[in-house]
Design a protein around this ligand. Structure first.
Ligand code: SAM
Length: 457
């Protein structure tokens, strides 16, 4: 008797273990769309119809409450499918065929107590159709096997932004339609048409499905942004980086945002009651930056400019810093400069050199800003490469000034984006680039090699 009990217990334990497991429909070929849809380039929804045998429990209404907890994790979960249905005075429960191969795969002892008869466990013929599969399941069944499928896309408000590899281009109309059908609130599907190599860094888009409507509203860490995605730069993959910088800031701190875009650093910082000077060269970005500052009710904390980053450093940043140093306050605050134009921000670093004369800074108590400059690097030791890039453009080796080099994201195979954070010094701010670093032939050679290695996109 004890042995039987132990056996039942171990059965129950193993069943419970199995119950904790998540059963993916992707692992069960019976539950995937018909094999005949492979290679389809024009979406024909009717060709997804399929009939499958599914284990089904038939439970009297009065027992349903006892049975449900026992089989909850074995339920068949598919889109637009209710696994528990009322049929006259009973409940029909559809189970997942992967864990439930037979009556024995179920917690039978417990089920039998509820008088659920094993005879009422026939297989059920279920008719599946296009509506029952997720976008991922549909695309996995259609796109070529062995080649990379649609691994990721970005979501910006109602827009889905794809970057299709060449082998998927023949399927673009189908992919667009499936995403439009399946993703909640998706109204526009676009594909990246070319690399971002224009000045304003906005993506060149090709509409592949839905409305040609590019004005979006999206949220990043609770802050609402509006902009025209076809005219400005916005990348949801930078949201963690935006948050990291905003978290460094305390109310009363100062942020100089040299390449501000539509404000993902500047607007949250101003909302946090930091004093922000934000700049962007793109007139459309500048328009939406102003709009977002207004919409987020932080206009009194932000000054906005529409000019070249170098001019902004040479005038607005320079003057504002000097004013602050000349008017010391009892309230300590920190100063930060963000330079997120990773393809070329390093080329603006020399603008900090000799920004002031030594006389102008004499006797001033300098509260020196921390610069966060972003850069891409391509090749083997990308971290060392970005440091060299920053140093050669700044014209100085970074030792104590260097606060850190942080990996931001992998942009492409062998190409990474980094943030280099370093403190400006009085020496950097008062001496020209050439004076602190005597260039020799060897250094120029290193620089040439870097230029060849680091390709900016
Ligand atoms: C990569 S985006 C970054 C935008 C934003 N800071 C972010 O993190 O998403 C770079 C921005 O720099 C702007 N830009 C490009 N060249 C510029 C320049 N010479 N001076 C100022 N802004 C520039 C572009 O218009 C774009 O909005």
């Amino acid at each position: 008797m004890l042995q039987v009990r132990l056996l039942k217990l171990s059965q129950l334990v193993s069943t419970t273990k199995r119950l904790r497991h998540f059963y993916s429909n992707m692992d069960c070929s019976e539950l995937l769309p018909p094999a005949s849809v492979r290679g389809m380039t024009e979406l024909k929804r009717e060709e997804f119809k399929k009939s499958v045998k599914i284990p089904r429990l038939h439970v009297p209404e009065s027992k349903a409450q006892h049975v449900m907890p026992l089989v909850k994790k074995l339920l068949l979960k598919m889109e637009q499918l209710r696994p528990v249905r009322a049929v006259e005075s009973a409940r029909e429960i559809l189970l997942h065929p992967l864990p439930v191969k037979s009556w024995q795969s179920l917690p039978t002892e417990e089920l039998e107590k509820t008088t659920t008869d094993r005879k009422t466990f026939p297989m059920y013929q279920l008719e599946l159709q296009y509506e029952n599969w997720s976008a991922q399941e549909i695309l996995k069944s259609v796109l070529p096997v062995g080649e990379e499928g649609l691994s990721s896309y970005s979501r910006i408000g109602h827009i889905v932004h794809l970057n299709l590899r060449d082998h998927l281009v023949p399927y673009k109309a189908l992919i667009g339609q499936v995403l439009l059908d399946k993703l909640p609130n998706c109204r526009t599907v676009v594909n990246k048409a070319a690399n971002i190599d224009n000045t304003y860094r906005n993506f060149q888009l090709e509409l592949i499905c839905g409305e040609p409507q590019y004005q979006v509203e999206t949220k990043e860490h609770g802050v609402t942004f509006e902009f025209d995605f076809s005219q400005v730069y916005w990348n949801p993959r930078l949201s963690t980086e935006h948050e990291r910088i905003v978290q460094l800031l305390q109310p009363g701190d100062v942020l100089y945002d040299v390449f501000a875009g539509v404000g993902p650093f500047s607007v949250p910082a101003a909302k946090k009651r930091c004093h922000v000077l934000a700049n962007d060269l793109n007139p459309t970005s500048y328009h939406w930056l102003q709009h977002n500052a207004k919409r987020n009710k932080c206009l009194s904390y932000i000054q906005m400019y529409n000019k070249d980053g170098r001019d902004f450093i040479l005038k607005e940043l320079r003057e504002n810093l000097l004013e602050r140093w000349r008017a010391p306050t009892d309230h300590p605050y920190k100063l930060h400069v963000t330079m997120n134009l990773p393809a070329m921000a390093v080329e603006f670093l020399d603008a900090f050199r000799a920004l002031y004369t030594s006389e102008q800074l004499a006797d001033l108590n300098l509260n020196l800003p921390l610069v966060h400059v972003y850069s891409f690097a391509k090749g083997e030791n990308t971290k060392a490469l970005v440091q060299e890039l920053v140093e050669s453009n700044l014209g100085a080796s970074l030792t104590q000034e260097l606060e850190g080099i942080s990996f931001v994201r992998n942009v492409a195979p062998n190409k990474d984006m980094y943030r280099v954070s370093f403190r400006l010094t009085k020496e950097l701010l008062t001496t020209p680039k050439q004076a602190t670093r005597k260039r020799c032939l060897e250094e120029e050679l290193v620089e040439k090699q870097l230029t060849n290695k680091v390709k900016c996109v």
